[in-house]
Design a protein around this ligand. Sequence first.
Ligand SMILES: Cc1ncc(COP(=O)(O)O)c(C=O)c1O
Length: 376
Amino acid sequence: MDHAASTPVHPEVAERMMSVMTHQFGNASSVHGFGREAKRIVNGSRDQLSSWLGCEPDELVFTGGGTESDNLAIFGVMEQIGVQGSHVITSAIEHHAVLHACHELERQGCEVTYIPVDAMGRVSLKAIEDAMQENTALVTVMYGNNEVGTVQPIFEIGELCRSHGVIFHTDAVQALGSVSVSCRDMPVDLWSFSAHKINGPQGVGALVVRRGISLSPRLFGGVQEKKRRAGTENMAGIAGFAKAVELAAAAGQVRVQHYDELRTALLNGLRREIGENSFVINGHLEHYLPHILNISFPDTTTETMLMNLDMEGIAAASGSACTSGSLEISHVLLAMKLSDPVLRSAIRFSFGLGNTTQEMEYTAQKIGTILNRLRK
Ligand SMILES: Cc1ncc(COP(=O)(O)O)c(C=O)c1O
């Protein structure tokens, strides 16, 4: 139940990658037949992916994953505009790939505003509008949060940015496969994606860059990806990514319904086993990613619950980074200004294709047993 961290590679994705790895050994930049075949695979995957994501093939840049896409978007745009003396708006609950990139921008002389969120983890449009300055160059706000699942008003933020002539980037790493993503239909200039969150391989992702947005490269070398990302393409990874998105697109609403069923089964199980008053849902009750459910059990702590769950064979997560053996309180939950017992006992459950409602019931029962044991 930790699919927000990573997901198992789908067997059909593995099969596709195996076929590429065992039959293709060209470099997509070579002019001979082997190279042309490699290029056909990379560009064929690009065509497929761009049609599912709703962008043009030349708007899609393959990267080494979500972190690289976020960094390429932020530094790529800001280096074009000029880091020093510019202003960037982001939210307090971004993934560290965005937050730490913004800290680096600050170190380089850029002003950054971190928009707070409400108790359910949502930014307010008004707060973003109020933060807009003459020198605001970029707004970067994630589509769906990886710790509590809250979905942000991306369309409205995009329209606001358009009306101010400001570039808008969204980290859609957790959103892909769970909520609608159609790059062409939304006023978003740059989108970050990662394959391993949707049953694709680790270490490959994409940045969609709307035509007309200039981007400075982060890597220098060859002319791959139209000079936006140098380096030989991860051909098998890219083919696997395309297959993963194809499968997610084919499953469509069925996949989302499955997550909703799992979510409901877990919540109903908890109500039955420990009672409504023994847990708190962290996140938005209307605007949420269906595969992420963050729950606090204020009678215990995150560490104790995670350890006990692990002993029962249940893998869940805290939203926190584990540094030198101790759990740091999550910056997302802190930004939501939750009470101390809620902050210190939050567990992130995240669902995926292999999970069943029986597993949710098993988990709820085990949580009941664990809490009883701890009380004694
Ligand atoms: C919202 C979000 N952004 C970015 C990333 C980083 O993606 P990757 O692991 O592909 O570098 C993650 C991964 O956890 C994420 O959840």
